[in-house]
Design a protein around this ligand. Structure first.
Ligand code: ADP
Ligand code: ADP
Length: 229
């Protein structure tokens, strides 16, 4: 069974004039456990709307989103989300930013178990040396690594990446793509990446699902990317 199924997911927004625009025009997609799927679409296609629906941050107008066969409800611990922009708390250190998520999600674990988890994920993204730094003391790439560490520390069933590299310069983006590859091999987690970068989709994903251009996006072609891993 797929870990995630989307069936006929639609979403419209109404503008100030009262006119409505259908952004998602019936999205069908299945994602298998352990798979890395890239959803590729132009800017404005509805990628953020789609991944926010999976995250439980946006409620679709119709259709179904099933996680292990159950409808998703609200933004849960089973889906870790990394946005385009860093969304770290500026007054908290790297360690504290990750700890906040870990404390919210793993309430039943002991302090030492939580500390170990935080340390492991921060080290996994290569920031073990920067645990005590504030976001303002980090480069853009480092901040996105913290966001990835925070999402992984929640131990989500699915990691949702919303153009996490698009705000970075080309060299940093290439470095972080390598990091995502490496993290993927170590963590073996189901990952959904939305991106408008064809090369990035082909580099990272097992399958690439192409969204049709706005409005009323659907999933068009789906490509298998047969790269030996
Ligand atoms: P993408 O991530 O592919 O760039 P988005 O999902 O962000 O696409 O946006 C798709 C369309 O929906 C855009 O035209 C955008 O202006 C519109 N949109 C997104 N969020 C809202 C909202 N909360 N209210 C109204 N319109 C929105
Ligand atoms: P990126 O993560 O964007 O690829 P690098 O890994 O190349 O950045 O950064 C190399 C080192 O430079 C980092 O380990 C960090 O110590 C330091 N550094 C980079 N940018 C900043 C910054 N804006 N503030 C403080 N330190 C930085």
């Amino acid at each position: 069974h797929p870990i995630l199924s989307l069936r006929g997911v639609t979403k419209s927004y109404s503008g100030q004039t009262g006119a409505t625009t259908e952004v998602l025009g019936g999205i069908d997609l299945e994602v298998e456990e352990g798979e890395f799927v890239a959803i590729l679409g132009f800017s404005g296609a509805g990628k953020t709307t789609l991944i926010s629906s999976v995250a439980g941050l946006v409620e679709p107008d119709s259709g179904e989103i099933l996680l292990r066969g159950e409808p998703v409800d609200g933004s849960g611990r089973d889906r870790g989300l990394v946005f385009q922009s860093y969304s770290l708390f500026p007054w908290l250190s790297v360690e504290q930013n990750v700890a906040l998520a870990v404390e919210a999600v793993h309430k039943n674990r002991s302090k030492s178990e939580r500390d170990e988890l935080i340390k492991q994920k921060v080290e996994l993204v290569g920031l073990g040396h920067a645990m005590d730094r504030k976001p303002s003391e980090l480069s853009g790439g480092m901040r996105q690594r913290v966001a990835v560490a925070r999402a992984l520390a929640m131990e989500p069933e699915i990691l949702l990446l919303d153009e996490p590299l698009s705000a970075l310069d080309a060299l940093t983006r290439a470095k972080l793509q390598d990091e995502i590859e490496r993290i993927r091999k170590e963590e073996k987690r189901t990952i959904i990446l939305v991106t408008n970068d064809v090369d990035e989709a082909l580099l990272l994903a097992d399958r690439v699902a192409v969204m049709t251009p706005a409005p009323a996006a659907t999933i068009g072609k789906i490509f298998d990317v047969n790269v030996p891993r």
